[in-house]
Structures are given as structure tokens and as C-alpha cells.
Design a protein. Structure first.
Length: 448
């Protein structure tokens, strides 16, 4: 392209695509750079295929409860390849849809790897493209440990490449990716060991969530190894063996999954050539407007290290385009009270501050309400896992500043409560709301 673009987006994930399309709708001349499948992590090796696997695991769980409701279910067989094939076909359709959306929005798709050659210039497949504004939305990738034999394991991307179900698998990590993958594999019939360094999983969440999910994992039959810091991975006659720093050794596994976090994809962008500041961990710092330290260069999504969630990248990218190309000068994303879900078994949903965060910020002005109950879904069976919920409230008027739920349906109920928290709802507002009965969500408006 000989003419200067208005907007050049590096990265065809959810945030990049959303921002590019919004800018083009305002009449901007936009190009987007992507070397891999469109849709980024979410569509290809994240939210979408993960939710498909979680849905499949949920059906397996429902079969276990079928007899409680009078169904005589004979022997069943699970076909991993059939599920994976259908999942991958669905993802492939989404890849095509993303490309069609870009074309329909008149965004030029540049295939290749983008690198800065100047602050306003990005080189793709040997051709240079100049733009008034450049958005870095290159996302992240799974992190791997620097340990002997680490290459014998796979990461979360590798999980979605499995063509056979591992029968004995170890998952290393305590975050949401580790919990989700471990839960799916266990529900689908694999023997699963989960190695964590602390005593509970999901340590960034409220303690109520940590304790509840850890208990649910153990009740589901996962072998939970606490205080386990990996030192090496070895292949032995009976399979893979994982060694810990304290001398323990757990072996006989046919698959080891590293789920120890994610790293930003900033190292291949030639950022020094553009003068873009990069943090020690590879993330790109941005201000409240998604601006980097270089005028005209912006960043959204996982590469910024702020709230690594697909809807966050989309919202930030769209608001940035609103500001740059539609004159909405004050348009930006508010990063407070962002809801999130962990697709564990049962799922977790949270919005706002944890109790610990609230007390650290506000001390004795915080009041907490909790509830524990067995969901009615399990009433006819002998196994009755508890749903737990917590409201974190602030001040005399008890403004709700945190909601945390672990239980069946938590993922779907939280969206509405997130709206309430964002609007500044008080505990009294919840109390004055008529409960929908019989549901699990009604417990959030009945706490005393």
C-alpha cells in the first residue's frame, strides 16, 4: 500500500478484530495483520473449544445423575475423537466467519508476521505499511517451565491438539486453566492428578471460592498433590514421571499438561525499533486510554497484562476505535468490576473485590454475607455438592462491592448481578428484589 493507513492492527484475535471493524465502520482505512488462524486464543485454543469440552463433560456428569430422576441408562461409551472432530469443525467455521466479517467491514487482511520498522511503519511479508495509528493486539501464549524434560509435557494449546484421550494425566498449576482442563478430563473419565504449590486452587479468587473448588475437585476423584513444586519431568518405562523439589516423584502418566500461566507475544514485534516501552515480563504498559509511551501506538488485550479476558479485549478495542475515529474523546474502558467465570465443575463466577481485597482497602467498613446450600438439582440423589456464595458489602448503606458464587448455574447468573454491582446496588436493593423460586440465584437476594 502506497497510501498511509488510518489504522493498522497487529493481531487477529477478538480484540484486534473488534477494534479494526469498529474503526472501519467510522470510515477509517484499516488493515489487520495476522499470520495464524483468525480469532486468536479465544476462538482457536481458548474460550470456544474449552466450552465445547466443558459442555461434553457436563453431559457425562448428567448421565451419572440420570438414575436419580428415573432414567435407566445402560452402558455408555464416550468417543473422544468424535467430540474433538465436531469441536474443530465448529472452530473452523468460526475462522471463516471472522474473515467474512473483516471483508464485510472493508478491513484489509494482511497475511504474515508484523514487525515494526519505525514508529508508524510495520513490515509484513517484506512489504512496509505506514499508519497514523497502530494497535498492538498480539495476545499471549502458554508459558512453559524452564525445567529438565519440560518438553515432554504439553501446554493448553497442546491439549486442544490431542487426538486420543489420555488415560492417566497430570495437570500442573492452580489457576483457572489448570482447574478447567483437570475438571474436563476427570468428568470424561481420565485419571487425573493435579499438582499445586499451595494448599488450594484459584488463589487469586476469594477464599470461599478457593476452598469450595478445591473440595469439589477432590470429591470428583482428582488426586490433589499440595506443596508440589516441579523440578523435572522424565520418561520412564511405565510412562512420564514428575519430580518435585522436595524429592517426591509421581509417575505412570501418559500425559503431562503444563498450565502455569501465560506470557505476552511481544518478543517478535521488534518493539525497540518503534521505541515502545516493554515491562520486564514482556507486557506492554498502557495508560487508561490504551496508549503506549509512543504517540500513535496503542495496545489492548492480553499483551497489556490487564484483565486477560476476551470480552475485556473486545471492549477496550472498540472503545479505543470510538475515541480515535469517532470523536468520542472521553471513551475508554473502566477496568473496575469486571465479571469473570471459571468453567470448573461446578462453575465459579465472580465480580468485584474479594473479601481480603475489600478489608485491605476499607477495613472494618466491610460486611460480608455468605450462604451454603445444596442445589435442588441434586435433591433426589445421595451426592449433594454444596453451592456457596458470598456478598461483600461496604459502608453503612452496604453497597455491594463483591459477589462470588461456586455452584451449578453460577456462570449464567452472574451477568445480571454484575450489572447491579456496576450500577452501585446496595444490599437493600437485593433484599427488596422478589426471589425467583426455586432457583439457586434466589439465594443472593435472600441472605441475612
Amino acid at each position: 500500500m502506497s497510501e498511509m493507513l488510518d489504522y493498522l492492527v497487529i493481531g487477529g484475535g477478538s480484540g484486534g478484530v473488534a477494534s479494526a471493524r469498529r474503526a472501519a465502520q467510522y470510515g477509517a482505512r484499516v488493515a489487520l495483520v495476522e499470520s495464524d488462524r483468525l480469532g486468536g486464543t479465544c476462538v482457536n485454543v481458548g474460550c470456544v473449544p474449552k466450552k465445547v469440552m466443558w459442555n461434553g463433560a457436563g453431559i457425562a456428569e448428567a448421565l451419572h445423575h440420570a438414575a436419580d430422576y428415573g432414567f435407566s441408562v445402560g452402558p455408555t461409551a464416550f468417543d473422544w475423537n468424535r467430540l474433538v472432530g465436531a469441536r474443530d469443525a465448529y472452530v473452523a467455521r468460526l475462522n471463516v466467519i471472522y474473515e467474512e466479517m473483516l471483508e464485510g467491514s472493508k478491513v484489509t487482511l494482511l497475511r504474515g508476521h508484523g514487525q515494526f520498522s519505525a514508529p508508524d511503519t510495520v513490515t509484513v511479508a517484506g512489504a512496509a505499511y505506514r499508519a497514523r495509528h497502530v494497535l498492538i493486539a498480539a495476545g499471549g501464549r502458554p508459558a512453559l517451565p524452564q525445567l529438565p524434560g519440560a518438553e515432554l509435557g504439553i501446554d493448553s494449546d497442546g491439549f486442544f491438539a490431542l487426538r486420543e484421550q489420555p488415560q492417566r494425566v497430570v495437570v500442573v498449576g492452580a489457576g483457572y486453566i489448570a482447574v478447567e482442563l483437570a475438571g474436563v478430563l476427570r468428568a470424561l473419565g481420565s485419571e487425573v492428578a493435579l499438582m499445586i504449590r499451595g494448599n488450594t486452587v484459584l488463589r487469586q479468587f476469594d477464599t470461599l471460592v478457593q476452598e469450595a473448588v478445591t473440595g469439589h475437585l477432590e470429591a470428583a476423584g482428582l488426586a490433589l498433590h499440595r506443596g508440589f513444586t516441579p523440578a523435572a519431568l522424565e520418561r520412564r518405562d511405565d510412562g512420564l514421571s514428575l519430580l518435585s523439589e522436595d524429592g517426591r516423584s509421581e509417575g505412570g502418566f501418559d500425559c503431562v499438561i503444563w498450565a502455569i500461566g501465560r506470557a505476552p507475544c511481544s518478543d517478535g514485534l521488534n518493539l525497540p525499533q518503534a521505541g515502545v516501552q516493554v515491562a520486564a515480563d514482556g507486557h506492554i504498559p498502557v495508560n487508561i486510554w490504551q496508549d503506549t509511551n509512543v504517540p500513535g501506538i496503542h495496545a489492548v488485550g492480553d499483551i497489556t497484562g490487564r484483565a486477560a479476558l476476551t470480552p475485556v479485549a473486545i471492549a477496550a478495542g472498540r472503545r479505543l476505535a470510538d475515541r480515535l475515529f469517532d470523536g468520542q474523546t472521553e471513551r475508554r474502558l473502566d477496568y473496575d468490576n469486571i465479571p469473570s467465570v471459571v468453567f470448573s465443575h461446578p462453575p465459579v463466577a465472580s465480580v468485584g473485590l474479594t473479601e481480603a481485597q475489600a478489608r485491605a482497602a476499607h477495613g472494618d467498613a466491610v460486611r460480608v454475607y455468605t450462604t451454603r446450600f445444596a442445589d435442588m438439582y441434586y435433591a433426589l440423589g445421595s451426592h449433594r455438592p454444596q453451592t456457596v456464595a458470598k456478598l461483600v458489602c461496604l459502608g453503612e448503606d452496604e453497597r455491594v462491592i463483591g459477589v462470588h458464587v461456586v455452584g451449578r448455574g453460577a456462570d449464567e447468573m452472574m451477568q445480571g448481578f454484575a450489572v447491579a454491582v456496576k450500577m452501585g446496588a446496595r444490599k437493600g436493593d437485593l433484599d427488596d428484589t422478589v426471589a425467583i423460586h426455586p432457583t439457586a440465584s434466589e439465594e443472593l437476594v435472600l441472605m441475612r
